[in-house]
Design a binder for this molecule. Structure first.
Ligand code: AQP
Length: 334
């Protein structure tokens, strides 16, 4: 079986972008692959974080992974910080990463502007840690949303650089991963601005639908989301980014095919569409929320899932790390 690896930062409430751009696709493909999905808690501190909620957020995302349908028969779920190989490999890789490659990353530039003075070095070196997360597991595919495409390209460039320096073309040490980006849901946009991606770090709660939002909150957010004065709804009109985004959300959450949604909504006004989207979102999230609360009620189960995940992940990660260190000329402890 081919191997798949991905992760989500443990920075609090997951939103529909994380679900439709990433987790839902992991669940759909999980039977075909050998899957490793981790909780990126080392990435979660690249922006100023609250120590009192970090652990809670990790459990929350772990429970959401399971509630969204990841099953332990096909999938290993683990916490990034529980496998020290990630941080160690990131150091080794950072020493061969040209500084300007990192300075050119769009996400770094954007977040740096947002954060002003309070920018830690981790925000710059984040993509090296991400490359390490990936390469340790030698995955064939890395399913992500489109916002991570540039980081995946950097990962591939680092593989070539590492292999060129420390291996031969006949016997490469690191394996190039392929991004797996689905067309639909690859970029879920903000509810308050159809040109910006839906994001956890947007200061406005109204900009996103969180997976754990209760029905009244979902209703309020959709009621207040940005629309336009045009009657009749359509996909793909660049002049109407909000319309495209909301229709896409309806399509993905209802599971209806695109042409059916286009036909259903082509003569609708917003007054008719918004309640429809609200109802569909509530119905789609309800089973996830129910499962989530049941899992959260059993902390020892969640901890046992993460313990066995750590064991399995460490085995694979340590093997790659040893290979890497040997190639770089390190002694290995005997
Ligand atoms: N708006 C989105 N549309 C589609 N996919 C998205 N993803 C995130 N936002 C969207 C995908 O979710 C996965 C995990 O993302 P993450 O939480 O680890 O980091 P992120 O991409 O930085 O998420 P946010 O919400 O945008 O956080 P902030 O605001 O902190 O940057 C990835 O596969 C990502 O593509």
């Amino acid at each position: 079986k081919q191997r798949v690896l991905s992760g989500v930062q443990t920075t609090g409430n997951l939103h529909l972008g994380n679900y439709l751009g990433a987790i839902r696709n992991w669940v759909e493909g999980q039977n075909q692959y050998d899957n490793y999905f981790f909780l990126a808690d080392l990435h979660a501190i690249t922006v100023p974080h609250d120590r009192t909620t970090l652990a809670e957020n990790t459990y929350e995302v772990a429970a959401l992974y399971l509630a969204c349908g990841l099953d332990l028969e096909h999938t290993t779920i683990f916490v990034q910080s529980h496998v020290p190989a990630h941080a160690e490999f990131a150091w080794l890789l950072s020493c061969i990463t040209p500084l300007n490659w990192l300075e050119d990353m769009i996400q770094f530039k954007e977040k740096r502007i947002k954060q002003g003075q309070d920018v830690g070095t981790g925000l710059l070196t984040y993509p090296v840690l991400m490359a390490s997360d990936i390469l340790l597991y030698e995955p064939d595919k890395v399913p992500v949303g489109e916002d991570q495409k540039q980081h995946l390209e950097l990962t591939r460039d680092l593989v070539d650089r590492f292999n060129f320096k420390f291996a031969t073309p006949e016997a490469p040490v690191l394996k190039r991963p392929n991004p797996l980006i689905r067309a639909d849901g690859a970029r879920v946009m903000s509810l308050t601005d159809g040109t910006k991606k839906m994001s956890k770090s947007d200061p406005s709660e109204l900009s996103r639908l969180n997976l754990l939002d209760p029905p009244d909150v979902i209703q309020n957010k959709i009621k207040r989301c940005k629309t336009d004065p045009v009657r009749g709804l359509e996909f793909g009109n660049p002049e109407r980014p909000e319309c495209n985004n909301l229709l896409t959300l309806y399509m993905l959450l209802s599971g209806k095919p695109k042409d059916e949604v286009a036909a259903e909504c082509k003569d609708m006004g917003w007054g008719q569409f918004k309640p429809l989207l609200t109802e569909t979102a509530i119905a789609a999230l309800q089973p996830i929320q129910e499962k989530y609360h049941a899992i959260r009620a059993d902390q020892s189960y969640l901890e046992s899932v993460l313990r066995s995940g750590r064991e399995k992940a460490s085995e694979v990660a340590n093997q790659t790390l040893n290979k890497v260190k040997k190639a770089m000329g390190y002694t290995l402890p005997s």
